[in-house]
Structure formats: structure tokens, C-alpha cells
Design a binder for this molecule. Sequence first.
Ligand code: MV4
Length: 457
Amino acid sequence: MFRKVLIANRGEIALRVICACKELGIRTVAVYSEADRNSLHVRFADEAICIGPPRSAESYLHVPAVISAAEIADVDAIHPGYGLLSENANFAEVCRASNIKFIGPPPEVTRLMGEKEKARMAMKKAKVPILPGSEGVIQSEGEALEWAKSVGYPVILKASAGGGGRGMRVIRSKDELPALFQAAQTEAANAFGNGDLYMEKFIEQPRHIEFQVLADQHGNVMSLGERECSIQRRHQKLIEEAPSLQVDGKMREEIGKTIRRCLEQIGYQNAGTIEFLMDEDGKLYFIEMNTRIQVEHPVTEMVTGLDLVKAQLRIAADEKLSDIVTEPVTIRGHAIECRVNAEHPEKFTPSAGRISVFNVPGGNGVRVDTAQYAEGFVPPYYDSLIAKLIVHGKDRSEAMARMQRSLEMFVVEGIHTTIPLHQRIFADAEFREGKFDTKFMERFFEREKARLTGLPD
Ligand code: MV4
């Protein structure tokens, strides 16, 4: 096992990784920007090194600063958390060249999955279901018209270098295509330095369902079931749960088998997430793979009883999956996560500032992952996530009751948060039924507007 690990991240995930290291007896090194001097990841790590000014580009994203800190502290490995450098294949390559283990897949695999069109073709080759669409990058407007005709409108154009909803265009007829093709290409070239596009059949109201996987460095792959992530706004997830009400044991088993075969073929390593869209018929189609630990990993931990971050560390230290997961994986009960963001309730813009009161709920089946505390400060420079409230119950109904009382007991004063929004969602009939898709939040806000203006909903 590693002797010492550097955590190249901040906030709750940096603290989450520190927890896992402590339990495995690994020494920890925090890095921090000048804005994070008083952060808990700095306090609880064994060592801490300031790596630059507040802006991420000059600190947490500054590869030479992170690598220098790792060299000075003489660590064996770096855990990148999520976001920041976690899916940066070049960073993973620099780690390799510096003889520091990057806790994640090899750079070649990260690069393959980062090129969404290549990832799609790799999945197709491994017989993972994908949506009808283009094969390879679309070279011209004419080629786009041909593909759209063969697939049938509506179609969606996506940037190969994009992901997470950036640089997409829905095209509903052939008349719209030329302008939207040019716009998408220009936008992708400007945003990602790469204008490559691909096309898929557009699904109007999909559900977003993703599968958690673990793979060791000896060719063994394991699927840990799915998470339902359809409750999102502007491509930011708000609520995640496990298991999904739309996935039964047979489907979980089938997809699990397909995924295992595919990732063995690709040579995947460490933790990863395979994202699917589910259509109205309940069929799943691969859209993207994320090669990092995700924000919502705790819901999978709650229903499987596994510690995914400890598993990441042990896999990177060359342990076998069969020694890490020693019993057959079963899905027990139901888990839900609410993302608590520091943001204005109407504008959804970040709400930075001093936290005056911070009362965290607890009790049976309640987990809070956070690096915030009373009198602490939320800097304006980073992601607005300040806490994750996760509950586990014997079924979805118990989990919802537990979430509602926990939201009531989670008191944050001094800044605005999404806690009141979550309380309204948990009172919503459609949410409680559990039969939602990715358009849920749009319908939810329409219902709220109708209620406020006194119109029937
Ligand atoms: C789609 C789609 C419909 N059809 N692809 C958005 C994020 C990115 N990961 C993929 N996204 C979508 N791709 C096809 N062929 C609809 C979306 C989409 C979406 C997906 C998941 C969760 C929320 C979403 C919100 C809007 C659009």
C-alpha cells in the first residue's frame, strides 16, 4: 500500500479522500490555494502545501505547482478527486513520467473516453448498445445531412471533445441543419480547440441512468449497479438515487455483464461511471463514460456497503478486486443524495460569503459529506457545492422521510443554499412517485409558477 498520497483537490471530496487514506493508514498531503488557507482539508491532512493564488488556473489546475508539491512532499501517489485535473490525460502522463502513481485509469484510456465519438465507437465494438447515429467524425455539412436522413429527425449534434451537455444542438428538420451544424462546429472549436462533431438520434425525454464500475490492474471488472440521475438543472445534477426504479434485477445483471466484457476489452482500470440514456420503452443506450470518482458515489456506497475511495486506493496499489470486494455485491435498501449548493434561490448564481450557522443533521441512515463549518467562508472562485446530504433507508419511502427530516435539520445561515429547493422537490407528487425524466425540473418550475400566480396546475 502507498505510504503517502497527495490530494489534488479541495472541498468535500478532498476531505472524503483524506478519510479513506486515514482508514488505510496512508499519510496525506493537502494542496491549497491562498483562498483555502482555513479549509478543513488543510487542517486534517498530515501536511499541507500552498500552491498558488485563489484562481483554479493558477493553483489547483496548475500542473507544475501540483507536481512540485508532490515531489517536495515525496508522495507515492496523487488522488485527483473529481473535476479539476481528474480527467486530464496529460496530467496523468506527467505523473507517470515523474514516477508518481495517478489514482485513476491509464492516460490512454482517459484520452479515449474524453473523445466522446471514439468512446462511442469503442462501446459499439464491444456490443454495448448505442443510439443510432454517425460513425466517426462528421466531416462536412453534406455528410451531416446524409446521416440525419438515415437516422431520422430529430437528431442531436455533439462535440467530440465536449461532454456534460456542452456544445450540443438539437436538429428537428433538414432546413435547420446547415446553420446549426456551422454554429456547433464553431462553438466546439472555440470552447475545446477541436471542432469535431458527431450525431445521434435525439431522445425527447430520456432518463439519465449511470452504472458504477470498479476495475483492478489485473484485468478484473465489476459492476456495482446503477444510479438514477435525472433530477438535474442546466446539466447540473441536483438529486441522485440508487437503485433506479426503472431497472430490475435482470436488466442490472444484463447491463453489468455487457459492461464487464467491454471494460475488459478496453483495459479499463480503477473506478468509473458509464452513462446511459433510457428511452420511453425502458431501453438503455450508452452516451459517455466518466473516468473519475463522481460526486454522487456515496449513494452506491450506501446500497452496496462498499467504500469506493478506499477501493480506488487499493486498486492503484495493485491489489486484486477479489481481495477488495470479498462478498457478492447485493443492492440493499434505497439511498438518495441531495446536493447542497451555495447559490441564490431564484437566479441560481453562486452565493459566496461567511457562513454564520451550520447545523448538520445526523442519526440513523444519514450521512453528510462536507468541508464546511460554522464561521467558515465560501470563496467565490470554485464550484458552488458545499455539502452532500445522503440518506439510506430500507426502501424509497423510508429514504424520502429520512431526507425530509434531515433537510429540516440542516440549518445553514449567512449564505443562500439549495436546501429550500430540495424541500419543495421532496413535497412534489411527481418526484415522490419516482417516475421522472431529465425534463422534470422544467415541469417542476412550471408547476411552482402556476401555483404562485394562482392558476391551477
Ligand atoms: C442526449 C439527449 C437526448 N438524445 N443525447 C446532456 C448531457 C450529455 N451528457 C448528454 N446529454 C443529452 N444527450 C441524445 N441522443 C439529451 C441529453 C440531455 C440530458 C441528458 C442527461 C441528463 C440531463 C439532460 C438534460 C438535457 C439534455
